[in-house]
Write a protein that binds this ligand. Structure first.
Ligand code: C2E
Ligand code: CA
Ligand code: CA
Length: 675
């Protein structure tokens, strides 16, 4: 072997300049020589491998069959083996092409291995392994980097990872991936990551992790499965970047949004989410709404600083007294306590406050509070209803002088639950078209004839009895069911008007509407559809709006637009309850109004008060000057009727003429009219 030794000693200088990893082996695969480049790429030093049996770089040592070497040994041409996976000393897989050449040195048959890694070295490209190395360096400096084997055990962790996770390099190797997460997240989040990796997918997202000391830290993670040629995962690379600070800042911001900064109590928003959660969990609780009485007077007496002190001290007392309760600040001087503690305990807070007065500049400040208690689920079933009901109680308490905490009284309770029942049953009544329409005639004083009637809704419910429009309409407006009532009324009224029209008794029908109905962009469509379906001529329909409606319509262009569209169709508009609200003559210029209805309020006192007579006279004159018809409603007596006629009124409506009656009874009641 002298010759060979020599060649190796002299030749290695030359061969070591070849920019490929190389290896020389005997025919029975004992390594004779290992190039410097091979040391660099595979991590094994020459001393470690010379004399060893090849293939030491193949993990399961079966990738290249021994029979292959037999073939190579007897071939005249070099043999090229493609896409072979070898492992570095660190266990990292590297894909190579191997060129094997047989050669005879000193009569001994040897094998020269040249390893090509990727697309090795083209003219102006850095060698691939060098590129990889730079990339890896870059990643190492920026990311925490760990490798997992396919069983999820850590095989490698870089310095950044060690620094943040507080593990020692020795101890972290072999730990399972799951051990790096806090216990509570193991079921959901981590399984997801693991599942993605196992299905050969990259996973990306933010996760909470835990250091060796048990401290939580947050990372943005990219988990990458590294696949072999056959598509099987070889190992997993986990790149992480520490985002704990960002996360803490975000949590702090969320907290600010959730907490009242002055008192440290939760804010209304947070309270609402807590209450909603308790409601979904069907947990019983008392809902206490508290308000500091005369807070504003107190404010005048003190400066900003003492106001803050007062609030902070008050909040402290609430926290002391209502332990195991949720306390929120929901307004300037308004608070809500959600508590499992019952009425009498809650009311005891009044005494507690007296025993623990608040001092400002060594002076005890007398504060009095008003509170309302509502129970869930007995009294109210939503956050909004609990708020409303409790604040309604406070309103009453304050009217009676404040300084008291009252729970929803039986009367109140009945009223509130009646409202809830109305809401429920109204929905059903509308579905079954169980509402009725009654008509109240209006006498035209110029002709003595009834050519207009007002349609009024009626609801007779089996459970609730008669529900008057004055009770029904506000609830319907609040719940949005007013749209359904409106649609129902337009359908019924158009049909009725068409029927009378076809019978040769053409009469205008006046319908009451709420501004909320006109906020629906489809209002015009709904009215037109009712007209078309019934064949009712548009000029037989008149729409009544209130002054409140007019006030709101003034600033909403789409309402005005819809009114003009309907007017173009032939529908006319009446300003109802004229004089009771925000009477402004502006509406009459802005909105398409052709009739005024003087409210009953002016009519009932008409005979007794001369001032009212002058006012009504003025209104009538005003209408005439603007070419607007003036109608008086709520006329109950002959005297009122005569006086209004004298004052120049155009039409009269009221019990004196007829009560509102069903359509079928109208003809009969008209016959009795003697004007
Ligand atoms: P309103 O439009 O001012 O209707 C006149 C109310 O006065 C009617 O009450 C009517 O029955 C009553 N009334 C008529 N003549 C006399 C009288 O001589 N003396 C007295 N004391 N009262 C008289 P009703 O039917 O209870 O309706 C109350 C209110 O409910 C109506 O006031 C109207 O604003 C509203 N409303 C009724 N039906 C509807 C509807 O279908 N839709 C909408 N949005 N509101 C309606
Ligand atoms: Ca009306
Ligand atoms: Ca009216």
């Amino acid at each position: 072997m002298n010759g060979m030794q020599q060649i190796l000693e002299n030749g290695s200088h030359v061969l070591d300049r070849v920019p490929f990893p190389m290896m020389l082996a005997t025919k029975d695969m004992t390594v004779l020589w290992w190039s410097i480049e091979a040391e660099k790429i595979f991590g094994f030093t020459s001393e470690e491998v010379v004399g060893l049996q090849h293939p030491f770089m193949e993990e399961n040592r079966t990738v290249i069959q021994t029979s292959t070497w037999e073939q190579v040994l007897h071939a005249n041409e070099p043999v090229r083996l493609e896409k072979i996976i070898l492992h570095t000393k660190q266990g990292k897989p590297v894909q190579v092409s191997v060129i094997v050449n047989s050669m005879t040195i000193d009569d001994e048959l040897c094998l020269m291995f040249v390893y090509e890694i990727g697309n090795y070295q083209t003219a102006d490209q850095p060698p691939f392994n060098q590129e990889l190395a730079s990339l890896k360096n870059g990643l190492d400096e920026t990311f925490m980097l760990t490798y997992l084997n396919v069983d999820g055990l850590i095989t490698y962790a870089n310095a950044l990872f060690i620094k943040t996770s507080k593990w020692t390099p020795k101890r972290v190797i072999g730990k399972s991936f799951w051990q790096l997460f806090p216990e509570h997240s193991t079921d959901k989040g981590v399984t997801q990551i693991w599942h993605a990796l196992k299905s050969n997918r990259v996973w990306q997202g933010s996760v909470e992790k835990i250091s060796r000391d048990g401290d939580a830290y947050w990372v943005d993670m990219t988990a990458i499965p590294v696949l072999a040629l056959n598509g099987e995962p070889l190992y997993f690379a986990i790149l992480e970047i520490d985002i704990t600070e960002k996360r803490l800042l975000q949590m702090h911001l969320e907290q600010i949004a959730y907490v009242d900064p002055e008192t440290g109590l939760m804010n209304r928003h947070h309270l609402e989410s807590i209450v909603s959660k308790m409601i979904t969990e069907k947990r019983n609780f008392y809902f206490l709404y508290l308000d500091i009485d005369k807070f504003y007077t107190l404010k005048d007496m003190h400066d900003d600083e003492s106001d803050t002190t007062l609030l902070v001290e008050f909040a402290k007392r609430m926290k002391m007294y209502f332990q195991d309760s949720h306390i929120a600040r929901v307004g300037e001087d308004e608070f809500v306590v959600i508590t499992p503690l019952s009425d009498w305990f809650i009311q005891g807070f009044l005494t507690y406050l007296k025993q623990h007065p608040i001092y400002i500049r060594h002076k005890a400040i007398p504060i009095s509070i008003s509170g309302g208690i509502t129970r869930y689920p007995e009294d109210q079933s939503t956050f909004l209803h609990l708020m409303k009901a409790s604040s309604a109680i406070i309103h009453k308490v304050k009217q009676q002088g404040g300084g008291n905490i009252v729970s929803l009284s039986k009367a109140n309770h009945a009223a509130l639950s009646r409202k809830t029942i109305i809401e429920k049953r109204l929905l059903e009544a509308l579905n079954h078209k169980d509402l009725q329409v009654v008509y109240q005639p209006q006498v035209d004083l110029h002709t003595g004839k009834v050519n207009t009637v007002e349609a009024l809704v009626r609801w007779e419910d089996n459970v609730l009895g008669t529900v008057s429009p004055n009770e029904l309409i506000p609830i319907a407006e609040e719940t949005g069911l007013i749209h359904d009532i409106g649609t129902f009324m337009f359908e019924q009224v158009c049909q009725q008007a068409a029927t009378w029209h076809n019978e040769g008794n053409s009469r205008k029908i006046s319908i009451n509407t709420s501004v909320r109905e006109f906020r629906d962009k489809n209002m015009v469509k709904i009215v037109r559809r009712s007209l078309e379906e019934s064949g009712c001529p548009a000029h037989l329909i008149q729409i009544e709006i209130t002054e409140k409606f007019a006030l709101e319509a003034e600033s909403e262009k789409s309402i005005i637009r819809q009114m003009y569209q309907l007017q173009n169709d032939g529908i006319s508009f009446v300003l109802d309850d004229f004089g009771t609200g925000y009477a402004s003559f502006r509406y009459l210029q802005l909105l398409p109004i052709s009739e005024l209805k003087i409210d009953q309020l002016f009519i009932s006192g008409l005979l007794q008060q001369e001032k009212l007579q002058k006012l009504v006279h003025g209104l009538i004159q005003f209408g005439k000057s603007m070419d607007i018809r003036v109608v008086a409603e709520g006329v109950e007596t002959r005297e009122q009727f005569d006086l209004l006629k004298e004052l120049g009124c155009d039409a009269i409506q009221g019990y004196y003429i007829s009560r509102p009656v069903p359509a079928n009874d109208l003809e009969r009641s008209l016959k009795n009219l003697e004007i």
